[in-house]
Design a protein around this ligand. Sequence first.
Ligand code: NAP
Length: 532
Amino acid sequence: MAQDFDAIVIGAGMSGMYQLYRLRELGLSVRVLEAGTNVGGTWYWNRYPGARFDSESYSYQFSFSKDLLNEWDWSEHFAGQPETLRYLNRVADKFDLRKDIQFNSRVKSAHYQEASKAWLTTTENGDTYTSRFLITAVGPLSAFTMPNIPGVETFQGESCHTARWPHEPVSFEGKRIAVIGTGATGVQTIQEVAKTAKTLTVFQRTPNWCTPLHNSKIDKPEMENIRANYDAMFKTCMETFSCFLHTPDPRNTFDTTKEERLAFYEELYASPGFGIWVGNFKDMLTNREANAEISNFVADKIRQRVKDQTTAEKLIPKNHGFGTRRVPMETKYYEVYNQPNVRLIDILETPIERITPHGLKTSAEEFEFDMIIFATGFDAITGAFDRIDIRGVDGVRLKDRWKHGPETYLGMTVDGFPNMLMLVGPHMALGNIPRTIEFNVEWVSNLVHYAKTHGLARVEPTPADVQAWTDHVKALADGSMVFEVNSWMTGYNSNVEGKQVRIVNRYSGSAPDWRAKCNEVAARGYKEMVAA
Ligand code: NAP
């Protein structure tokens, strides 16, 4: 017998946790279904060595509770994963969230039932739930992907994908270790493993442009200062392009002299966090010459930091410009390649042919390892949706509907999928995600509240609005160099069938613009949403 709730929320990461809190405040009955054994989502699963924030800790936390803000001190400007997970557990304790979360419950399917205008959700355990609203809080980077390398299942040593890292400590001491993948996760992992591994062999397919994080500790007086400034800081985050404390410089690159430019790049390179990516000249990702300037600057930094120039050249991206993929933030990453225990293998030059029981074989060499770490990323944004059998009106599958890329209204709704509301879904602003999450959750909660108080059983956008929003999101991507490059940010995944094609999966306008549009729709009483 299915249990009935006003809303089922899939996922107990940051968005699912806050959604639960908000809907409960509105007096609704809610059940959160979570595959893991505890809260935290991304920060629950990604406990690989060296995992930490790339956004300033205090700008990433929840802002909705003054009490919570007053109670929690951050120990570092960019906190490590264990601290963030402790924080999220504290949030769950403080607001008694766990009593409405069903852990160890991976959702298998969610089907819309026209007769009852409700969703029927089934977990892999066989539990069933009915609910008027289905709220997806599945995360944009949660469906991890193993590499499609032959023999990957035959390796007999220790091995793990970074997004499934064990809860117990893992020692690298005295071990011969391979890391496959050099995205933001690989870079953080490599820095840490290199400290104690007997040997570390990094298998790199595409090098990324990495820049220094410049993390540092926060002492008590500094924390009090930061706290005193919270209102202004959160206001800044809501005004900047992508909700970070950094925002694009209003100048174009060539408005400046060569000397001014270089001085600005030096300043950004020496500053903490994402400034060099999201606080750079405003034409960095639209003007090719401008992009070449910053790319050459960072390339020179890599050449200066890596002693062996053949290795340095391998670490410098040649097929994409700076900032066109997510910039991994690093702490002495390039210096790792000066260590005698570390070796870089360029697998574009010598491809991996297969993984063997004792290691792996490239076209040039056979390697033996005690451990292989797969830092091979995610089937991003739509991947977590694809893995659930979601069916709307007339049994149409969301996966089929999105076969050629997502189609949404405001990134939160899809026609033909009534009462399904998405948190951090496709086609909405991402950036510094918790800032977007809070807005997203509040907008969804207000809509649910409106539907409930107005006796509306069915909330759904019109096909015309979905088409218009999807076209708008695609038009925004036009001319951006980001959308000319294969990466999770363009939905490309070499390991997933059907995903070796670039799509527009993200909203690339400013977060304030996206919020303004969502606010307009709410102010008009959700007139666009077909309701009956
Ligand atoms: P990713 O950026 O997609 O990187 C995956 C890596 O694995 C790439 O180097 C990729 O090479 C390689 N790879 C994939 N399949 C392969 C195969 N079959 N053979 C060889 N190499 C293969 O994934 P990620 O590093 O996990 O990062 C994803 C995103 O998560 C980041 O961009 C970021 O947004 C987020 N993240 C955030 C933080 C933070 O905030 N602190 C930390 C980590 C991650 P190619 O590039 O050639 O495909």
